[in-house]
Ligand binder design. Structure first.
Ligand code: F6P
Length: 550
């Protein structure tokens, strides 16, 4: 049974609340000065990856109390329920089994009395065959030429994960094939993408779990139209359009050859679906073996999560730390700062994974929560962010925990670029943790020969309080295996936090209202129906658009 306990009801909560008070006067700097083993004790290795938690506002006592809290929330039991296929997505009455998609063990995973793993293997095999044939030039476009471009049409989980992974693994792409992603219903996205493509060497993947998502279906229809208007024939569609969906009949009704439909299952959540056939674009980009490595990296983390004790469990600690800052330090946002240009899309991917999961206000008992839940997740690659928003992290008034992610080796070794990048990454986490005291500022200013009067004016502006917590994740290089690990770490972190907050992390009812209202506004804004039944602002805006378009 999935537990139903939230963190604030556990015995550890009161102790943590008291313990949090000690951090009003404690500084991480002092803890590092007192304890030369702090880095070793609070950092963890996992299959080549190092995760350093030592620059967090924690002591041994903090970690013990936090893991006590997790244990009281029956986190281990919740994980077992997740891994074993219990319907943990209660409001949709579904299991949540992205872990089964990458499970390399012999264990069965049973849903509704049936082991799901043979079907997973079957689809993977079908994907592998399809991609291998394309890479080998055996499967070609209608005129016999090899495909040069793949366009994935999807949105949300059917776009962000594959787009992020394809970008992150660009150095590992197969030669001769380019992968593009079209998600926005703004026609600009599709038009800009296809304008330089040759339809005879382009393969469209229509990726939609439901095959009803308005944006995706609109883009898919327009892509088909572009294809036919560019001189291709109806009978060519079978060789140029494939689908990835749980809705096989809808995909077929769209005109996709049943042999070209890659299925998956309702127990794969959209934002956790890149490991399923939704990853077809990834496999086309990096090959079947590369996709296997991605799955293997995630599986390694799944095994770690399943077996490591709570106080050595990396995603559990990540989740607990987020909970700690959110609950006691009013940290309402979390910055993800990859120092790797290839990970540019990682923060955007995580936004959906995290915010669609834990952006919830009703607990698992149907009651409104009395505590903060999911934070705003945001970020951009370093060093760019340093010249944009880091000022607020260093000297603003809110506490923003940060994750620094950096590969030790660059895929593009060029002069001292990577050493500079690394130096900035490590310097930022050091600066956030240490800050700069008034004494240090004074000494610096005195040394520069500044007058006492000017020093007194300048000094407060140049002090950094520090004590800003950060996790640093170092990977040897950003390859498929390490990326699989990285993504899985965050997926599990999100799950852990959902348990601590006692919310259902796997539904997303909040996105429905806007969709319904848009359906009502569409005929009104198209001039087919008189606007009615809206608030004054919305009516006014509709009328202004109608006026400007008339
Ligand atoms: O609107 C939100 C959402 O349902 C996401 O959860 C999902 O990833 C996305 O839309 C796309 O859905 P689909 O894959 O069914 O087109």
């Amino acid at each position: 049974m999935f537990p139903d306990i939230n963190g604030i009801e556990t015995p550890a909560f009161a102790s943590l609340q008291q313990h949090a008070e000690t951090w009003k006067t404690q500084h991480m700097r002092a803890l590092f000065d007192q304890d030369p083993t702090r880095f070793d004790r609070f950092s963890f290795h996992q299959e080549g990856m190092l995760v350093d938690f030592s620059k967090h506002m924690i002591t041994d006592e903090t970690l013990t109390l936090l893991t006590d809290l997790a244990a009281s929330c029956q986190l281990k039991e919740a994980m077992d329920a997740l891994f074993s296929g219990e319907p943990v997505n209660r409001t949709e009455n579904r299991a949540v089994l992205h872990t089964a998609l990458r499970d390399q063990s012999d264990r069965m995973v049973v849903v509704d009395g049936e082991d799901v793993k043979p079907a997973i293997r079957q689809v993977l095999e079908k994907m592998r065959l399809f991609c291998n044939e394309i890479h080998a030039g055996i499967r070609t476009g209608a005129d016999g030429r090899s495909y040069t471009d793949v366009v994935n049409i999807g949105i949300g989980g059917s776009d962000l994960g594959p787009a992020m992974v394809c970008e992150a693994l660009k150095p590992f792409h197969k030669k001769g094939i380019r992968v593009h992603f079209v998600s926005n219903v703004d026609a600009t996205h599709l038009v800009e993408c296809v304008q330089d493509l040759d339809p005879a060497t382009t393969l469209f993947i229509i990726a939609s779990k439901t095959f009803t998502t308005q944006e995706t279906m609109t883009n898919a229809r327009s892509a088909k139209q572009w294809f036919l208007e560019s001189g291709m024939q109806e009978e060519d569609i079978a060789r140029h359009f494939v689908a990835v969906s749980t809705a096989l009949q809808e995909a077929q009704a769209f005109g996709i050859d049943p042999d070209n439909i890659f299925g998956f299952w309702d127990w794969v959540g959209g934002r956790f679906s890149l490991w399923s056939a939704i990853g077809l674009s990834i496999m086309l980009a990096i090959g079947a073996d590369g996709f296997d490595s991605l799955l293997n990296g995630a599986y390694a983390v799944d095994e770690h999560v399943r077996t490591a004790p709570l106080n050595k469990n990396i995603p559990v600690i990540m989740g607990l730390l987020g909970w700690w800052y959110n609950q006691f330090f009013e940290a309402r946002t979390h910055a993800v700062l990859p120092y790797d240009q290839y990970l540019e899309k990682f923060p955007a991917y995580l936004q959906q994974a995290d915010m669609e999961s834990n952006g919830k206000r009703i607990d698992r008992r149907g009651k409104e929560v009395s505590y903060p839940t999911g934070p705003v997740v945001w970020g951009a690659p370093g060093t760019n962010g340093q010249h944009a928003f880091y000022q607020l992290i260093h000297q603003g008034t809110q506490l923003i925990p940060c994750d620094f992610i950096v590969p030790a080796r660059s895929q593009n070794p060029l002069g001292d670029h990577h050493a500079i990048l690394l130096s900035h990454c490590l310097a930022q986490s050091e600066a956030m943790m240490k800050g700069k005291t008034a004494e240090e500022v004074r000494e610096e200013l005195e040394h520069s020969g500044m007058t006492e009067e000017e020093i007194q004016f300048q000094l407060p502006y140049r002090v950094f309080p520090g004590n800003i917590p950060s996790t640093t994740i170092i990977v040897p290089e950003c390859n498929a295996f390490q990326l699989g690990q990285l993504i899985a770490l965050y997926e599990h972190k999100i799950f852990v936090q959902g348990v601590l907050w006692n919310v259902f992390s796997f539904d997303q009812w909040g996105v429905e209202l806007g969709k319904k209202l848009a359906a009502k506004i569409l005929p009104e804004i198209s001039g087919r129906k008189e606007p009615s039944g809206h608030d004054g602002s919305t009516i006014g805006l509709i009328k202004e658009v109608l006026r400007l378009r008339s």
